[in-house]
Write a protein that binds this ligand. Structure first.
Ligand SMILES: *[C@@H]1O[C@H](CO)[C@@H](O)[C@H](O)[C@H]1NC(C)=O
Length: 277
C-alpha cells in the first residue's frame, strides 16, 4: 500500500520534533541553573532556606573590571572620571555556607530605592555599578546592581541583617573598617599598569592586617575580585576553612604567581574620550 510509508515518514518527523524540543528544554534548563556571579546552588525565588554560616564581603578592582566595559552611560561607575576608582569597591555582602554553596533569593521585601535614599551618595562612591547592563532580580525582572545584591544576597542575611537599609549600611561599615586598599597601599602594592606583585605577598599583607585569609580572583593576570570573610559577628575568618582548602586553591588558581592591579586612570581616560564622542 502506498499511504503506509507516508504515514510512517510523518510519524518519524513528529518523533524527531519531539526529541529535538526535549533536547532544547534540557539545554535551557542547564542555562537557567548557571549563575554569572558564582554560586554552586541557590534556591528559587522566595524560598525558606536554611540559615547561612558566614559572611563574605566581595570587593572588585575597578581598574580590571572597567577594561572590559567600554560602553558608557550614567550608571556606569567606570565612566565617572577619576573619583575614588583606585580603590577596591563593593560588589556585595554575601551570606555563604561552609560547604561552598550559598542561599539566594530568600523571603524578604523587594528592593525599594527609597529605603536607602540617605545612603545613596556613599553607595555611589563605594558601591558603584561598573557596567551599563541591568542585573537580574529575584522576581524575573531586571534592576539596578543594588537591587540585584539586596534581593539575591541581602534577603538571605536573616537573622543577622533583616532589612534593606541595614544590609547596605552594614556592608559600608565593614568595608570601611577592613580597608583592603589601605592595607595593600601600605604594603607597597599600589595601582600600576606596569608593576606586577607577588600573589603571596598580597595575601600575606591581608593576613597580617586582619588575621584571616582572603580569596582572590583574577582576569588576564590582573586582580578582579578580593573577598574577605567574617563570622556572623563580623570578626574576620578565613574564607575557606580547613576541609575546603582545595576549593580555596581552585578559586585562587585564576591568579598567576605575579598579578597586577591596573590603574583605573587609563580606563577612565578612555571612558572620558568615549563620552566626548
Ligand atoms: C581606604 O583607604 C584609602 C587609602 O588610605 C582611603 O583613600 C579611603 O578613603 C579608605 N576607604 C574608606 C571607605 O574609608
Amino acid at each position: 500500500m502506498a499511504f503506509l510509508p507516508i504515514q510512517i515518514v510523518v510519524l518519524m518527523q513528529l518523533l524527531m520534533i519531539l526529541v529535538a524540543s526535549l533536547c532544547l528544554m534540557k539545554i535551557n534548563g542547564v542555562d537557567l541553573g548557571e549563575e554569572l556571579t558564582g554560586g554552586v546552588h541557590g534556591g528559587g525565588s522566595g524560598q525558606e532556606q536554611r540559615e547561612f554560616d558566614y559572611f563574605k564581603l566581595a570587593l572588585q578592582w575597578p581598574g580590571t573590571i572597567c577594561q572590559g566595559n567600554h560602553r558608557c552611560c550614567a550608571s556606569n561607575g567606570c565612566c565617572q572620571g577619576s573619583n575614588s576608582l583606585s580603590e577596591f569597591t563593593i560588589h556585595g555582602l554575601w551570606p555563604d555556607y561552609n560547604d561552598g554553596s550559598w542561599p539566594a533569593c530568600c523571603n524578604g521585601p523587594r528592593y525599594d530605592s527609597k529605603e536607602i535614599s540617605t545612603l545613596t551618595d556613599v553607595l555611589k562612591k563605594y558601591w558603584p555599578s561598573l557596567s551599563c547592563s541591568k542585573s537580574s532580580t529575584c522576581h524575573g525582572g531586571k534592576g539596578t546592581f543594588w537591587a540585584h545584591e539586596w534581593e539575591k544576597h541581602g534577603t538571605c542575611c536573616s537573622p543577622v541583617i533583616r532589612d534593606e537599609y541595614s544590609y547596605f549600611l552594614t556592608a559600608i561599615n565593614v568595608y570601611s573598617k577592613y580597608n583592603v586598599t589601605q592595607v595593600l597601599n601600605e604594603a607597597g602594592y599600589l595601582p600600576s599598569n606596569s608593576e606586577k606583585y607577588p600573589l603571596g605577598g598580597i595575601i600575606a599583607a591581608i593576613q597580617n592586617a586582619f588575621h584571616a585569609t582572603p580569596e582572590l580572583q583574577c582576569k588576564g593576570g590582573a586582580v578582579e575580585e578580593l573577598r574577605l570573610c567574617f563570622f556572623k559577628d563580623f570578626k574576620p575568618r578565613d574564607c575557606i576553612s580547613e576541609p575546603h582548602i582545595k576549593s580555596y586553591l581552585v578559586a585562587s588558581s585564576s591568579c598567576p604567581k605575579y598579578v597586577s592591579l591596573p590603574d583605573v586612570q587609563a580606563s577612565s581616560r578612555y571612558a572620558d574620550t568615549r563620552v566626548a564622542f
